[in-house]
Design a protein. Sequence first.
Length: 225
Amino acid sequence: MKRYKIGSREMTNFLMLEKIARTKKPIILSSGMSDWNELEQAIDFLKPFGNELSIMQCTTAYPTLPAQWGLNMIQAMKEKFNMPVGFSDHSSTIVSALAATALGASMLEFHAVFDKQMFGPDAKASLTISEIKELVIGVKQITTSLAHDDHKKDVSAFAELKIMFGKSIAINKNLSKGTILALEDLESKKPGNQGISAKDYSMVVGKKLNKDVTQWSFIQMEDIE
């Protein structure tokens, strides 16, 4: 036995917890039916033994409905207990475990079954082999994504695309020299390097044209006073 997983029904069984703790092997605590106070007491009891501890967000319901998943508890447990937090799932869908992974769960537990129509109390709350395969692929993809830095720090690779799909200010009707430009006279058109950027439209409104302009022409700074 490499590690022990404690079901919530045993969370107050300190006699058993001590015997397990004395093995010095890692212990996983499943929160299930336990409240914050019981979890805290069990963790405080085990800490002096020095075992590697982790905790699972779990809801004792088979199958577990979305409102019962308790995904918000993952971060709450991390902050409160300062230890790895996993997700013990009985939802019969891979969605909950994928969401838990994205929210920081470092372990996943679920029931497996060859066919959900099989006899047994947990069959309908389990995942099939094909679902497990799909879950593993999804977890690996999410883990890879979370391991990479924020892509918003450097967007230089998109410089050409930003010009191509950017917007510049254009005139949406034929206008004569001397016209005072109003918001209704302006359009934004691709690309983004034709004179005045659409984000600077306010600097054009209220300015006077110093030349005749034709419909859909891009407006330049030298065209206005």
